[in-house]
Design a protein around this ligand. Structure first.
Ligand SMILES: Cc1ncc(COP(=O)(O)O)c(C=O)c1O
Length: 454
């Protein structure tokens, strides 16, 4: 057996793997969690201000309860598929999700993660159009910089060119339109809404309204830094989709499962999607699982005589994962997880405003629920760092300072450079303070290192 210190056999995701070779950067290896904290192999504690990449909604102290739910299920039935047969946990979980979903949602299809959910939603949308005699609807509309996953179908919707270019022509013909970045737009409020909706309408007209199958968008866009839509945007998107017979997919892989204080982010913003994709927080990451929730119209089309859903994933809806997801639902409701986010979301926002806004490196603060981003700028306003400064900040300075300060958060430059947090949804005020204080220290020190003066 290789020593734990020998990491040469493990390839890391979205990582410059060569950077961690001999003589390279130290790799953070986390081996234990407790509440909102994680501990590395030297016993050092970090506050997990990112919920392990937006997944660990209930933190790390429910292992025994989850293990009991898993053991009970494994003792009864270790596995069966959702391919023309079913099992009780999948049936119960589908009902639990539909009950908690926005009005008009009717059925759940299970997957193993977010990219799979996005692709499954696309195929369900295609089959909806096929069932309605519109096979020509083969195009998609997505938004700039948005991340919808990396499997080749989902990658088509992802709006980050550098993630796509190495892999050739996208599998799905996708047109990208502007996202809802109001900080970087010269327009604000309803003027921005009007401009964005006009652009969407124009894009659809240019693509051919009867060619477009879906519009896919996150209720609050993660990549680019917690981009909230301006007033009236979602109502307008719904109207445009209805006008042209296009299905609206709300990608809630990050925004759903309580991140904004409701099971579904669409409910939080009054969005009326036809399909919703979730993953990550569905089990609070105690097991890998995703789902697509289909609205009445789509479910009805898929249930028509003669229609067969031409999509399946062996482990989608695995009974172990479904049992854990059901336990997660029970924990959310028993322990008031959604209420916690609703009660403390404004506290988190106020603290961030008080402590971060005055820093010379903070140009904007935005977000919702337990999900916020600080955009880093050279002048505390709308200026922009040079690209080499962005690279230093995002890949070198901020990651090092985060580790030193014991905070897990995300420095990201898919759009303008941001530092993002998404604390576990069980965090109390003291934990939120810890996250905000550490974030302030990191950003203040990053500003000093990059040469900004207060
Ligand atoms: C909005 C969104 N959709 C889809 C995905 C893909 O999920 P996964 O990494 O589980 O495949 C992600 C991942 O972060 C995401 O943020």
């Amino acid at each position: 057996m290789a020593e734990m210190s020998d990491r040469s056999n493990l390839l890391l995701h979205f990582t410059a793997n060569g950077a961690y070779g001999p003589g390279g950067s130290e790799l953070l290896v986390l081996e234990r969690g407790e509440g909102p904290y994680v501990f590395d192999t030297d016993g050092r504690r970090y506050v997990d201000g990112l919920s392990s990449l937006f997944c660990s909604q209930i933190g790390y102290s429910y292992g025994e309860e989850m293990a009991a739910a898993a053991a009970a299920q494994l003792g009864r039935l270790s596995f069966n598929t959702n391919w023309a047969t079913a099992h009780p946990p999948a049936i119960e979980l589908a009902s639990a999700l539909v009950e908690r979903a926005p009005a008009g949602m009717a059925a759940a299809f299970f997957t193993s993660g977010g990219s799979e959910s996005v692709e499954a939603a696309w195929k369900m949308a295609r089959q909806y159009h096929l069932a309605n005699g519109e096979p020509q609807r083969t195009k998609a509309i997505a938004r700039d910089i948005a991340y919808h996953g990396v499997t080749l179908g989902a990658l088509s919707f992802t709006g980050v060119p550098r993630f796509k270019e190495p892999f050739g022509r996208p599998a799905i013909d996708t047109r990208h339109v502007s996202n809802t970045n109001s900080f970087r737009s010269p327009l604000g409020g309803e003027e921005l809404t009007t401009a964005l909706l006009e652009e969407l309408d124009r894009a659809i007209e240019e693509e051919g309204p009867d060619q477009v199958a879906i519009v896919i968008a996150e209720p609050i866009q993660n990549a680019g830094g917690c981009l909230v839509a301006p007033p009236g945007y979602w109502q307008g998107v719904r109207q445009i989709c209805d006008r042209y017979g296009i299905l609206l997919i709300a990608d809630e892989v990050i925004a759903g499962c309580g991140r904004l204080g409701r099971w579904f982010a669409s409910d939080h913003y009054g969005i009326r999607p036809d399909l919703i994709t979730i993953a990550k927080g569905l089990t609070s990451a105690y097991a890998p699982m995703g789902a697509v929730i289909a609205g009445d119209r789509v479910a009805e089309a898929l249930r028509r005589p003669g229609v067969s859903l031409l999509h399946g994933i062996t482990f989608g809806g695995h009974p172990l994962c479904a049992a854990i997801a059901l336990q997660n639902v029970e924990i959310f409701e028993r322990d008031g997880v959604l209420e916690n986010v609703r009660r403390r979301g404004s506290y988190l926002r106020d603290r961030l405003e008080q402590k971060l806004r005055p820093l010379p490196i903070v140009g904007d603060l935005r977000g919702d629920g337990f999900f916020f981003a600080a955009e880093m700028t050279p002048d505390g306003g709308e200026g922009r760092f040079e690209s080499d400064q962005v690279a230093r900040l995002v890949r070198e300075i901020v990651p090092r300072l985060l580790l030193e300060r014991g905070l897990i958060a995300r420095a990201d430059d898919r759009g303008d450079p941001v530092l993002q947090i998404a604390p576990p949804l069980i965090s109390d005020d003291a934990v939120l303070d810890e996250v905000v204080d550490a974030m302030r220290d990191v950003l203040a020190a990053a500003g000093d290192e990059i040469g900004l003066t207060a």
